[in-house]
Design a protein around this ligand. Sequence first.
Ligand SMILES: [Mn+2]
Length: 329
Amino acid sequence: MEVKLSLQNKKKIEDIVEVLKNKKSFLITSHINIDGDGIGSEISLYIALKKIGKKVEIINQDRIPAIFKFLPFSEVIKTVSNEEEAKNFEVGIVIDCGNLDRAGKIKKIIKKLPFIINIDHHLTNSQFGNINWIDPSFSSTGEMIYFVCDKLGNIDKNQAVCLYTSIIYDTYCFTHHLSNYTLDVAKKLINLKINPEKIAQKIFCEKSIQSVILFKLALETLKFNKKKKVCSMKVTKEMFKRAKAKEEHTEGFVEFLISIKGVEVGVLFKEKDKGVKVSMRSKGNIDVESIAQRYNGGGHREAAGCFLENKGIEEVEAIIMKELQWMEF
Ligand SMILES: [Mn+2]
């Protein structure tokens, strides 16, 4: 079955593919605290460009979390960078990244490049590229990259593994934010003889001991509002230390909150050196992106986040819970 895209999307893909075919050298990057969607998208596009003889590199600010190291070509992803590298590339491809600040240290290289392609499914994208393909209806950027790679040539098994990872990561294994295309695209990828169970298990069923210990500590802080529609949890610096854990070990925590029956919004507060990171999830009735946006964050209606600088975790908790206070009634 053919997956039918809108004319507008088709046009964007054609524009992007034309640049990919005509230019010679590409730098691919994504957001800080790189995630499964970003990594899967980056590698798949990397393989597609290599196959048509292009010079291409993936450089991110942060190292890839250990759980994604099973992905083919994950070893090509670099983190070290300096501004000088900008001269090596004609085009920057920025993936899954709502604005250029979110690219972290790679921003200064990207800004020097003569041409930027911006591909993203965040509602709050600042349209910083020469070509901006922004469509929040897609489940993941991987789903968008699927169409780009498909147009560029035959998608191979390695690309399929990466794109399938992007999709199941951002949809939390098909439980959130599916587009009209998600299942058809997933089926096409599965037809390329990938092992979907194994990929899902790698991502969702290989929790580290640090992550479990951190979760146990965080659970002590679990809180509901009066109507039990908002559920929140805190991870303090002390807990990170006690569990010998890092930010990547909080993977799945906020999804746990939203998995509770009757809960409409889950909020996770993570204490960092310079402030508090807030991750929010909604079952869909409440728009958490609008709250994140008020604190310079962003995301989607059902999954959003923000960072409140120079504030304590209790203070940030009070601010965000106040935003959600009306849900008591
Ligand atoms: Mn994404």
